[in-house]
Design a protein. Structure first.
Lengths: 367, 236
């Protein structure tokens, strides 16, 4: 379905508002090199983006979002600090018939700034909140940093912590790992059998019995992991109390001021999250200062764990109550993304997008 | 206009399909010489045989150019997005059994499950600076399966044949492919992950939702399914 005039008009209005807020308008190519996106998001991006082929540049993707090219542009020749805004189509492949659009408009606002991160986060959220207020959307926020800090504070080996960190954005897998490390569920029979076999001899001998060395993965890499598995099996479980606290953290959902109170309580038993809770307190104060009505904003530490995994701190979204509609807006902090794309350099960054098509439908115009 | 039924144009799949229909009183024969891709159907009126490559049958069904088609479950699910919206399963045919599986080198003594594969993928990326490669021609099925399982740091590389050789040739670290007896895997020193079964496939009779089911075609389908002793599918 083509983009409606109402959606275009909303886009233009929001784009102007972002410029009035001090952002410099920027453009990006629609055709993006597939390599960069594949490296960032993994194979999964292929099922979400349109892949095409350029005779000279190789595999390309139709822009699935603006954030990556905007970060690249900023890292190449941006001022510091900088505020950018953009407007244009993004393309998302849909593998199931249904109402989800495979091309739609996004209008976005991104801030690259090193100082006072919480103030910058509040600036972005308050700007979105202000623009969307007439639609009366439900606002929600979270902070991936809380869960990261909580995992870091677990009484677990660095290897186990790394495995949990890797799966923060895959909640089901994270849960399965945590349950296993806490001894809530026994190791699967296949793993027990594997451990039994590994215990019968030196890795080199077992490998020689198993078959010829094959492929790029070196025998010493295999031996190293075999040894690590045996070590891991002998590692004490994460104490049940600590796993329960992670549960409490992930189950928390409350208006922001009440959530902060609750997190301060949790911080008594989970000292590792205290710095992240302090940052949340600073952020909430800055939001209040900016005129955001915090009691109307739901805070959930679980928020933003199922989106594309580049948000690594503050995250937010605005939803309507209308069933079947995607979020009106979403965004967050993505410092790690700038680290990956900056090849050694990094700059703290926070931003978000609004879907003008959804705004237009909520105002009563056809999407 | 006759009801068109697409059948694999050669080999064991064609023979077995002919046998299956023959055992139920419907005789399919290739006309002319071995090289001519046309045939006839006896034992029922208004049914036309269309001989096609098994790999093209999903596409022809999706387009509605044939009403019915015999092909593998694997090909339907790999080639058609949202396949239940496009075709209806009419009957499993009980031959052409094959499993789509994930296999790794037998020398990987530390790997038995998808859990291990995931951990190894992370280790591999950290060591080699690239994602662990899995060679396959079943991109959709493998990607969906690994997403469900929470395996992340891999990359698919396309392999349209001799997939079992890719690990030895250093173009992949693991494979996802169809196997029936597992002999080729063993010969290439590969082992199947204990939870690495992606799909059990067999030959199936499918009906195209997009085909023209007016003009008496529905009555022909009813007559055919009743002769075959199976239920007619629900179609629009």
């Amino acid at each position: 379905m083509p983009i409606s005039p109402a959606a275009r008009a909303e886009a233009a209005r929001l784009f102007t508002a972002f410029q009035q807020a001090g952002a410099q308008p920027v453009e990006t190519d629609i055709l993006q090199p597939a390599d960069t996106l594949l490296d960032l998001y993994g194979e999964d991006i292929r099922s979400r983006a349109y892949v095409t082929w350029d005779p000279l540049r190789g595999e390309m993707m139709l822009r699935p979002d603006f954030t990556v090219p905007v970060v690249q542009m900023h890292m190449a020749h941006g001022a510091d600090p900088a505020r950018y805004c953009y407007m244009g189509e993004v393309f998302r492949r849909q593998d199931h018939a249904g109402p989800r659009a495979s091309e739609y408009l996004q209008v976005g606002y991104e801030v690259f700034a090193r100082d006072t991160p919480e103030t910058v986060e509040a600036e972005v959220f308050a700007l979105f909140d202000d623009l969307l207020t007439p639609l009366r959307p439900r606002a929600a926020m979270g902070d991936i940093g809380l869960l990261v800090a909580a995992v870091d504070g677990l009484s677990a080996t660095p290897r186990r912590k790394a495995a949990l960190m890797r799966h923060i954005w895959r909640p089901r897998r994270f849960r399965a790992l945590l349950d296993r490390y806490a001894g809530c569920v026994p190791a699967p029979p296949a793993r027990l059998k594997l451990l039994e076999r590994l215990a019968t001899g030196r890795p080199a001998d077992l490998m020689a019995q198993a078959g010829p060395a094959l492929g790029l993965r070196d025998p010493w890499e295999i031996a190293e992991r075999a040894t690590a598995l045996l070590e891991d099996a002998a590692t004490p479980n994460i104490p049940a109390r600590e796993a329960d606290l992670i549960d409490d953290l992930l189950r928390l959902s409350a208006p922001a001021p009440a959530a902060l109170e609750r997190l301060m309580d949790l911080g008594v038993d989970m000292p590792a999250i205290r710095p992240a809770v302090d940052r949340l307190a600073t952020r909430l104060a800055a939001l209040e200062q900016a005129g955001v009505w915090l009691s109307q904003v739901t805070f959930e530490p679980n928020h933003g764990r199922t989106t594309l995994e580049y948000y690594d701190g503050f995250v937010f979204s605005f939803h309507s109550d209308r069933p079947g509609l995607p979020p009106v807006a979403s965004g967050g902090r993505y410092d790690a993304l700038t680290r990956v794309l900056g090849q050694g350099r990094e700059i703290p960054a926070v931003g978000g997008i609004i879907r003008p098509g959804v705004v237009a439908s909520l105002k009563g115009a056809p999407a | 206009m006759s009801l068109k039924i697409g059948v694999p144009s050669k080999g064991r799949l064609m023979d077995k399909t002919f046998d299956w229909f023959g055992a139920r009183g419907i005789t399919m024969t290739r006309s002319g010489d071995e090289r001519e891709y046309s045939g006839r159907v006896d034992g029922i009126d208004d049914v036309q045989l269309v001989l096609l490559s098994a790999g093209e049958i999903p596409r022809e069904l999706a387009a509605g150019r044939i009403h019915l088609g015999v092909t593998g479950t694997d090909l339907i699910r790999e080639k058609l997005a949202d396949w239940p919206q496009q075709v209806a399963e009419v009957a499993p045919l009980g031959f052409g059994f094959a499993d789509l599986i994930i296999a790794v080198p037998t020398c990987w003594i530390d790997v038995d499950t998808l859990d291990d594969l995931d951990a190894v993928a992370a280790q591999f990326r950290a060591r080699h600076g690239q994602r662990l490669r899995i060679a396959t021609k079943y991109h959709r099925l493998v990607r969906d399966f690994l997403r469900e399982a929470g395996v992340a740091e891999y990359r698919l590389v396309d392999s349209q044949g001799a997939t079992e050789g890719t690990v030895r040739n250093l173009t992949a670290e693991a494979i996802a492919d169809i196997t029936s007896s597992g002999e080729t895997l063993r010969a290439n020193h590969l082992k199947i992950l204990s939870d690495g079964l992606i799909l059990r496939s067999q030959a199936e009779l499918f009906a195209a939702r997009a085909a023209d089911w007016s003009n008496g075609h529905r009555a022909t389908l009813a007559a055919l399914t009743s002769r075959l002793g199976i239920d007619a599918p629900d179609l629009p």
